[in-house]
Design a binder for this molecule. Structure first.
Ligand code: FES
Length: 107
């Protein structure tokens, strides 16, 4: 199982085990990572799974689709170039060591 890291807004790191085929949101919610809510269960309806993807992790993430981009555009504050909805990032073995920064507000 790939190990993933969630970094809180104050810099605290949580290491969790990710299950291949699940989403990064699934791993965060299952492990009760603060700020990771995933209220819509991954159906692209809530944006409460917003994360900032670490630059060394981005290349290993599932590509972003247009609808995710549109959702991010109007709803998350602040949106950054590395903003993703973590329910749309599928965990693969290549995501080992993947690091995701949880925004201060994720609701
Ligand atoms: Fe709702 Fe990702 S969990 S958009």
């Amino acid at each position: 199982m790939p190990q993933l890291f969630f970094i809180s807004p104050v810099g605290e790191t949580r290491a969790v085990e990710g299950k291949v085929g699940d989403s990064v949101m699934d791993a965060g919610v299952r492990n009760v990572v603060p700020g990771m809510y995933g209220l819509c269960g991954g159906s692209l309806a809530c944006v409460t799974c917003h994360v900032f993807v670490d630059k060394n992790t981005a290349a290993h993430c599932t590509p972003q689709h247009d609808f995710e981009d549109e959702m991010l555009d109007g709803t998350v504050t602040p949106r950054q170039a590395n903003s993703r909805l973590s329910c749309q990032i599928t965990i693969t073995d290549e995501l080992e060591g993947g690091t995701f920064h949880v925004p201060e507000k994720n609701y």
